[in-house]
Design a protein around this ligand. Structure first.
Ligand code: FAD
Length: 469
């Protein structure tokens, strides 16, 4: 017998296609598509400022696809759901699973409550290729190294689910009681978001467009091209993926259907890194705050607010670092190569605790994701699973010479260095005075002197690391 009304509770799966929870709800006579901004449960800020802006637009887009009938709520989800089932003949509640520890706890409670009320409740995998509890070593423990996790664990497990079509028809239950998206107050009162949004078109159909463009022009040179921040060989799909406007299954199979070669394999293995991050978060709920390698607990981090602010503002005087930090500030995104360069500079050259970097990224990235961000920072700090060894300290000058050979990236984000010749673009402090004069650069005035000496700070980091064991 068909259920009268089923709630599809949208969370990090703001799309109609490849959405098993929505398909299940679509079987009922009527579907109540629900989004709740949880203001009660998160154990840290639910979202940073850039993510809130993204969410606002993503909800608008989803609601449009649902003929304006997305039901919006704010508050404690268990209270909201209780109120809805007390008021309407709701017989089922379905959702896509989330993996943040606080969400897992909250959802378990809601599940138990609904079951007690005889409401059918089911959760689905809407966000990952493999469930984190499925991929484990023969002895049942989680993998700590990426390659065996992916090759032995994931690829030997059942293949990911094939993407599903959107429901053919949805009979939506509507009411005038829904709050408006504006009521969630996700947009800032000083409208800095307008310039940020010039870089993005948000929503499911635009995520698909971006993916098609990536398949047409990016993936063909992905393996090598993904290292160059000013090139267009990466997908820039991370915020769309974080909010679930596109599913990893759609990307996995979309890429696989495009052919078979090293670029496609490499792209799929990056999706594998995302799975690895989620596995780490699932198995280490404190991933965003606690070093996975406990020997780092006594690391002699330095508190230096002036240097931290210079880093955040892209005013360290080290061009590759500043370009990355300004890309982040202006676009809400930073290329992966730059994330590694700016991260290494913060935790190694400045010896500032990786958690400071994690918090800043959390607030400013549109793709801020608890699993990927925490795992990325632990990786760069050397204290995570399968992390970059601590002694691998990115040299921002040689990184620039190698991965921004024409200087396009630095010149885009640091226009005050635009006229500096390539030879000195990544180390203007080494340029003779006449070259700086000709380029209209006055170090310390038009662009900062470097806040640390790269060589001395590298040595200092290495001896701090040696002091650990
Ligand atoms: P593509 O190269 O096109 O890759 C496609 C997808 O694969 C990405 O969208 C992403 O979901 C996944 N992916 C790619 N590289 C990685 C990786 N190294 N780890 C995990 N997943 C990956 N990614 C986030 O989504 N959110 C974050 O908050 C985040 N914080 C990071 C912090 C640090 C310090 C570092 C070093 C990395 C972080 N990453 C984060 C991972 C990575 O930088 C981004 O996923 C990637 O740059 C997104 O760009 P893209 O979509 O063009 O990637």
């Amino acid at each position: 017998m068909r259920r009268k009304i089923a709630i599809c509770w949208f969370r990090q799966d703001l799309r109609l296609s490849d959405n098993p929870a929505l398909l299940a709800a679509g079987e009922a006579e009527r579907v109540l598509p629900l989004y709740i901004l949880d203001t009660i449960n998160p154990d840290r800020d639910l979202m940073g400022s850039a993510s809130k802006v993204w969410l606002h637009h993503s909800l608008e887009s989803l609601s449009q696809s649902l003929d304006g009938k997305l039901w919006i709520e704010k508050g404690d989800p268990s209270e909201v759901i209780k109120r809805l089932i007390d008021t309407y003949p709701i017989e089922a509640v379905y959702w896509g699973r989330c993996y943040e520890p606080w969400r897992i706890k909250r959802d378990e409670k809601i599940k138990a409550y609904l079951a007690k009320r005889n409401i059918e409740v089911k959760s689905f995998n809407n966000a990952l290729l493999w469930e984190p509890w499925e991929i484990k070593k023969d002895d049942g423990s989680p993998y700590k190294v990426f390659t065996p996790f992916f090759r032995k664990g994931c690829l030997n497990y059942a293949p990911p689910r094939e993407p599903l079509d959107p429901p053919k028809k949805l009979n939506i239950f509507e009411s005038s009681l829904s709050k408006s998206i504006d009521n969630l107050k996700l947009l800032p009162s000083i409208r800095w978001d307008k310039s940020l949004m010039q870089h993005w078109i948000i929503g499911e159909s635009h995520a698909q467009d971006r993916f098609s463009k990536f398949l047409a022009i990016g993936i063909g040179n992905y393996k090598e091209g993904r290292n160059y921040p000013s090139d267009h060989f990466v997908s820039r799909l991370s915020p769309h993926l974080h909010f679930g406007e596109v599913s990893p299954n759609q990307l996995w199979y979309g890429a696989k259907h495009a052919g078979e070669n090293k670029n496609i394999d490499h792209f799929c293995s990056e999706l594998g890194w995302r799975e690895f991050s989620y596995s780490q978060l699932y198995n280490n709920p404190n991933l965003s705050t606690r070093n996975l390698q406990s020997k780092f607990d006594s690391f002699p981090w330095i508190k230096n607010e002036t240097n931290l602010i210079a880093w955040k503002q892209g005013l360290t005087g080290v061009p590759m670092v500043d370009a990355g930090m300004r890309e982040l500030w202006q676009t809400g995104y930073m290329h992966n190569r730059s994330r590694m360069i700016v991260g290494s500079f913060l935790v190694k050259n400045l010896l500032i605790d990786w958690r400071e970097g994690e918090r800043w990224f959390w607030d400013t990235l549109c793709d801020a994701d608890l699993a990927n961000n925490s795992a990325g920072w632990q990786w760069i700090a050397g204290c995570g699973a399968d992390a970059a060894p601590y002694f691998r300290i990115f040299n921002s000058v040689t990184q620039g010479e190698k991965f921004d050979p024409d200087g396009n990236y630095v010149r885009t984000y640091i226009p005050e260095l635009a006229k500096v010749p390539n030879k000195y673009l990544f180390c203007p402090w080494e340029a003779p005075k006449e070259i700086l004069d000709a380029a209209d650069v006055k170090l310390g005035e038009t662009y900062p002197e470097p806040i640390v000496d790269l060589k001395i700070s590298r040595e200092r980091a290495l001896s701090a690391f040696k002091s650990l064991s």
